[in-house]
Design a protein around this ligand. Structure first.
Ligand SMILES: O=CC(=O)O
Length: 380
């Protein structure tokens, strides 16, 4: 018999009202169960490029629909219409162009049947977790598959910045090598004697640390909300943020974007850094107040800036990216076949886990204490 015909009652949240949260439980309290029979239905928002095998499996178990809403307005309408009974949503980073951010407004329009929202990426700043928590919706992101490719990108940017490789390449393309009989770029620096400071020692920060170690930097220091247990520090030294700013010649930014970190790297914090500091950002553009960067790079306070992410991407501050000591990439941190496939599979596994156990596999940190009355959506 088709498993779809067996469905289980789910923990649910209060019905929407004009003040939907007034009686909603907090993230640390149990959700009030409203029993409701639900037939699992997964909504995919954004294109699946490579993870076809696992989606075939999910499609054999439950109904899977692809979001066809042309824009946010239509999506809001469709959530009350053709998507009114979805139980799980999986979304991609690029789909923000289709639906806009998953903010409070979207959370309030989500169907009551929704159990989980899975983001296909590490950084889930496009999702405001709190309103989804208040509605009892589990939010998951992708962790492990993102770490190595993002760290590779960070290392490439750091070396390019240290050695002025981008400037050398541009001069070569302009025929300057032949004319000048020398590289023509500003003389670079070796890792020798330099201190690396890693801001944010999560999975990506650790992967950056491990990749930079063999290059021969003098020391790697890190700042994190909490010091890691000694066996996880991997030879990096825990310091305060101020101490990191004071010591580091190369600062690798690997912190999530949220209300606390937005613009946390700004003129004031940069003034605490060494003159000529190299800044590398593979996190999110908006953790830096980008408007202040051109002046700081031109003055030499920032020796070089390497970035895979920009505050208003894909819109770019032309004045910034045209500077010879700014190395820029169009958000390519995980832009490989393998990483994309692994990330898509991880997000799909979150959906599958929720269907089979009632719990997503990698819940976001804000929801770690959320009590989940896990009931599989699928009967085994
Ligand atoms: O930017 C990439 C990600 O957040 O995974």
């Amino acid at each position: 018999m088709n498993r779809l015909s067996h469905y289980k009652s789910l923990i649910r949240f209060p019905r929407l009202t004009s003040k939907p949260y007034s009686s909603a439980p907090s993230s640390s309290s149990p959700l009030s169960p409203i029993k409701m029979p639900v037939k699992p239905k997964v909504l995919r928002v954004g294109k699946i490029e490579y993870a076809h095998e696992i989606w075939q499996k999910i499609s054999s178990l439950v109904e899977v629909v692809d979001c066809e809403s042309a824009n946010r307005e239509e999506f809001l309408q469709d959530l009350a219409g053709k998507y009114k009974d979805v139980t799980n949503i999986v979304r991609t980073f690029a789909s923000v162009a289709q639906t806009g951010r998953f903010d409070e407004e979207l959370a309030l329009h989500m169907p009551e049947t929704l159990v989980s929202l899975s983001h296909t990426g590490a950084g889930y700043d496009q999702v405001d977790v709190e309103p989804f928590t208040k509605r009892g919706v589990q939010v998951s992101n992708v962790t492990v598959p993102v770490e190595a490719p993002t760290a590779d990108t960070a290392v490439w940017l750091a070396l390019s910045c240290l050695r002025n490789f981008q400037q050398g390449h541009e001069l070569l393309m302009q025929g300057e090598w032949l004319k000048k009989k020398s590289a023509g770029a500003k003389i670079g620096h070796s890792p020798e004697g330099k201190v690396v400071g890693i801001m944010g020692m999560g999975g990506i920060g650790k992967a950056i640390r491990d990749r930079l170690k063999p290059f021969g930097f003098e020391k790697i220091v890190y700042y994190n909300r909490n010091q890691l247990p000694a066996d996880q520090e991997g030879g990096a030294e825990y310091v305060t943020k101020e101490e990191l700013f004071k010591q580091a010649d190369v600062i690798m930014i690997s912190i999530p974007l949220n209300a606390n970190t937005r613009h946390s790297i700004n003129k004031e914090s940069i003034s605490q850094m060494k003159d000529g500091v190299i800044l590398v950002n593979t996190a999110r553009g908006a953790v830096i107040d980008e408007s202040q960067l051109p002046e700081l790079v031109k003055s030499g306070k920032i020796g070089a800036f390497g970035a895979d992410v920009f505050e208003h991407e894909p819109q770019l501050a032309q004045e910034l990216i045209e500077l010879p000591n700014v190395v820029s990439l169009p958000h390519m941190g995980t832009y490989t076949y393998e990483a994309t496939k692994n990330m898509e599979e991880w997000a799909a596994e979150n959906v599958l886990s929720c269907l089979q156990t009632g719990k997503v596999k990698s819940i976001v940190s804000e929801q770690k204490n959320m009590q989940i009355d896990a009931k599989p959506l699928l009967q085994n």
